[in-house]
Write a protein that binds this ligand. Structure first.
Ligand SMILES: [Zn+2]
Length: 115
């Protein structure tokens, strides 16, 4: 499962950060998950429910997920817009096809808490 591998690498980062801040037990984690990361929140929750049984987590640790839509910016007219279809990047204002992705690729830890 794709999400299990993603979650494991996020937990690696988290474990290092927790150590740095002298946190023994992580109780809450918030993730930012962009649509384009192709990570399903339900599958991430499941992976987390397995991983939280091990340090640095408290066994009741919670995972909060904030999903972010995909947004693009047109290179010709600079319009910014939500991308409905992740495979179709067309500027709704001028029809331009040169579109930069400005949001949606995120898969990161926003913050975590513990003691
Ligand atoms: Zn445009």
């Amino acid at each position: 499962m794709h999400e299990m591998a993603l979650m494991e690498s996020l937990v690696d980062v988290l474990a290092k950060e927790a150590k740095k801040h002298n946190i023994q037990q992580v109780k809450k984690v918030k993730l930012i998950v962009g649509q384009l990361s192709h990570a399903l929140p339900d599958a991430l929750q499941f992976a987390f429910s397995v991983l939280r049984q091990y340090p640095p987590f408290s066994s009741e640790a919670e995972l909060e997920i904030e999903e972010r839509e995909t947004r693009g910016r047109c290179q010709s007219c600079s319009a910014e817009f939500a991308v409905e279809d992740n495979y179709l990047f067309i500027c709704p204002q001028c029809g331009g096809l040169a579109v930069d992705i400005v949001q949606g690729r995120e898969l990161q830890i926003d913050y975590f808490e513990g003691d």
